[in-house]
Design a protein around this ligand. Structure first.
Ligand code: AFP
Length: 341
């Protein structure tokens, strides 16, 4: 036999056999897979789909929604309702948790249906991010508190990047695997097994237009990188900024790097910029499983105990040695000089 391709459905069944699961998780992942393939198709059709514009509405965070944001959210919810595999859902685009009709599922799905949507109109990569939690025994999925679990309790997490090709990257706590969508057969195929983030890097990503708001440790880190060969680091660094966390994390998984969206003087009253439960936690889980690190500043992201569904946090993640260095800069900074979220 020379055929060796492992499809995502086959991978999930093999994992289920290996770990002795009941098949519910496999069914849930199959739902997500179908959802992401459907969104990929819409993103791929670009302007032809007629969904590139603004929807004329704002989400719970007050951000203007794109038509594709709304559509991607609808596709996630539709799949949830149809399969009945989920007990409940929390989304960036919904104020409250959404309860799956007629489901007795044991899992909760948290997602950002379309991250980086400012990139939609300019044909730059966007993505979907998801996190899976267990519904505590006897708990009510309509109760917001059941979603407020620290990231260490995630059962699985992943993202799909809709880029030059569509890839789904997944962890269930046993490493990170990447699957590329083969459009000819309509199936994700394992192309990047056991993804690892290099410990060291010469690349960092931050929105430099916010420099005047940055906290001291970020100023210090970036200043040292910019100084290059003549500075204390004694080597050159390069910068990147795509304005899509999915695309930034994907690049970091492929070749290393650091992504920073810290709590700064401007976003501190909102607690930061990125959302903890369906953006920071799933990405932190993936990054740690690939050997990287993910901190909010002083704290490991996965240890944060959430207080609200749409809570925000600082995010600094990527290559281990650089993130640990930034963590040390936070520890050494004078507390009164740091913005408080
Ligand atoms: P949108 O999904 O609203 O475009 O936000 C994207 C994002 O949450 C994250 O993916 C980016 O890293 C970050 O915001 C970009 O923020 P800036 O607008 O500051 O570049």
């Amino acid at each position: 036999m020379t055929y060796r391709r492992i499809t995502l459905p086959l991978f999930l069944v093999q994992e289920q056999r290996r770990l002795g699961g009941s098949g519910v998780f496999t069914a849930l992942m199959t739902d997500i897979c179908t959802t992401c393939k459907t969104i990929s198709n819409e993103v791929n059709r670009g302007a032809m789909a007629g969904t590139m514009g603004y929807a004329g509405s704002r989400n719970v965070q007050g951000e203007e929604q794109k038509e594709l944001d709304v559509l991607a959210n609808d596709i996630f919810l539709y799949m949830t309702d149809q399969s009945g595999n989920w007990a409940g859902v929390a989304s960036e685009e919904l104020e409250d948790a959404y309860i799956s009709r007629g489901s007795d599922g044991r899992y909760l799905l948290l997602f950002d249906p379309l991250d980086g949507s400012s990139n939609i109109g300019v044909n730059v990569a966007v993505g979907s991010i998801f996190s899976i939690l267990r519904l505590p025994e006897g708990a009510d999925p309509a109760d917001e508190r059941v979603y407020l679990q620290p990231g260490v309790r995630q059962v699985a997490a992943g993202y799909t990047i809709y880029g030059a090709s569509t890839m789904l990257v997944l962890t269930s706590g046993q490493g990170v695997n990447g699957f590329t969508l083969d459009r000819n057969i309509g199936v994700f195929v394992l192309t990047h097994p056991n993804m690892q983030i290099p410990e060291d890097t010469g690349e960092y990503a931050i929105n430099a237009s916010r420099e005047r708001h940055w906290p001291a440790p970020i100023h210090r880190y970036v200043r040292e990188c910019v100084a290059g060969l003549d500075g204390p680091r004694g080597r050159s660094f390069n910068t990147r900024w795509i304005a899509s966390m999915v695309a930034e994390v994907h690049r970091i998984l492929m070749r290393g790097g650091v992504f920073m969206y810290p709590v700064d003087r401007d976003n501190a009253p909102r607690g930061g910029h990125l959302r903890l439960l369906y953006e920071a936690n799933p990405m932190a889980f993936i990054v740690e499983q690939a050997g990287g690190r993910a901190i909010s500043g002083h704290e490991r992201i996965l240890d944060i105990v959430p207080e609200r569904l749409h809570q925000r946090t600082g995010v600094i993640l990527g290559s281990r040695n650089e993130v640990e260095r930034i963590g040390r800069y936070y520890a050494e900074a004078e507390p009164e000089k740091l913005p408080v979220a």
